[in-house]
Design a protein around this ligand. Structure first.
Ligand SMILES: O=P(O)(O)OC[C@H]1O[C@H](O[C@H]2O[C@H](CO)[C@@H](O)[C@H](O)[C@H]2O)[C@H](O)[C@@H](O)[C@@H]1O
Ligand SMILES: [Mg+2]
Length: 270
């Protein structure tokens, strides 16, 4: 059976997600990617829009799941925090390398002078590529070509060389119209595995929702633990996700439905 055939029909996935989390809130833990999953993709990294209701809905769903909701993102932890302020969720940033547990304990990645110098060289080396954007994320760096798709191959070669020059503590991470150099110490799957070792995630089945190559490791982990995995958006690459959802807006509306159902149950109980 091909990867495509294994997928459920579009948005049956989100309907199942809603039913599971409403009916069995103590059974599941939810791991959500940000760009392309919770948020619509934008032309540049800072042009993303966070709908006003989203942080509130996320907080409500988290409450319903007893806090077993984490954001697992390629963004830095501090950038992701800023998107959903004043709410503070458990977050794994830089594709799993940065980690804030449910109790607030945080492990950061050391920013070295060598990597800082490499980022400066990368800016110089790509300066001639009009439209290519370099996103400095501290211990990681992304080179975006969404505004300059013709540089796809040339940029990949540069990023491959720079990732190699960075040494074994970093690795090349391709994504949607982007090549990144990220810390190699953990991927998203390992971050999800770490969450599952700790309360309130401990003993629950993982549901991983993402849209890109970096999310495949958390899909694989969720599948291996008997959980669920949902790939959002159009499929340009193969996936091991068990189900498919059409868009970030379908995911947001699933979260809003779960949040509203939780509020109704609380009102009925009081
Ligand atoms: O793991 P994620 O939360 O999905 O983060 C992955 C990367 O997302 C961002 O880049 C992507 O979204 C941008 C805004 O929509 C878009 O312009 C770009 O083409 C995408 O690749 C972010 O800028 C990266 O740092 C994240 O690693
Ligand atoms: Mg994404």
């Amino acid at each position: 059976m091909s990867e495509q055939e294994k997928l459920q029909p579009t948005d049956a996935a989100t309907r199942h997600l809603v039913r599971r989390l409403i009916d069995e809130p103590d059974r599941w833990a939810l791991f959500l990617d940000i760009d392309g999953t919770l948020l619509d993709l934008a032309t540049t990294p800072d042009a993303i829009q966070v709908p006003l209701s989203l942080p509130v809905d996320l907080a409500a769903v988290s409450g319903r799941l007893g806090g077993a909701l984490a954001l697992v993102t390629g963004r830095s932890l501090s950038y992701a925090d800023g998107l959903f302020a004043p709410h503070r969720f458990p977050i794994a940033g830089l594709h799993g390398a940065e980690f804030r547990a449910a109790d607030g304990a945080t492990s950061a990645v050391e920013q070295t002078s060598g990597f800082d110098a490499l980022k400066r060289r990368l800016v110089e080396e790509t300066a001639w590529m009009e439209g290519v954007l370099i996103e400095d994320k501290g211990a990681a760096v992304a080179a975006h070509y969404r505004l300059a798709p013709a540089y796809d191959t040339a940029l990949e070669k540069i990023m491959r060389d720079f990732a190699e020059a960075a040494g074994p503590a970093w690795v090349l991470q391709p994504g949607k119209m982007v090549f990144e150099i990220r810390p190699s110490r953990a991927d998203k799957g390992e971050a999800v595995a770490s969450y599952l070792e700790q309360p309130p995630f401990l003993g629950r089945l993982p549901v991983a929702v993402g849209d890109d190559l970096t999310d495949e490791s958390m899909f694989a982990l969720a599948n291996a633990r008997g959980g669920q995995s949902i790939r959002v958006g159009s499929l340009s690459t193969a996936t091991c996700a068990l189900a498919k959802s059409s868009s970030p807006s379908a995911i947001r509306s699933a979260l809003a439905t779960i949040a509203a159902a939780g509020a109704r149950k609380e009102a009925a109980a009081s």
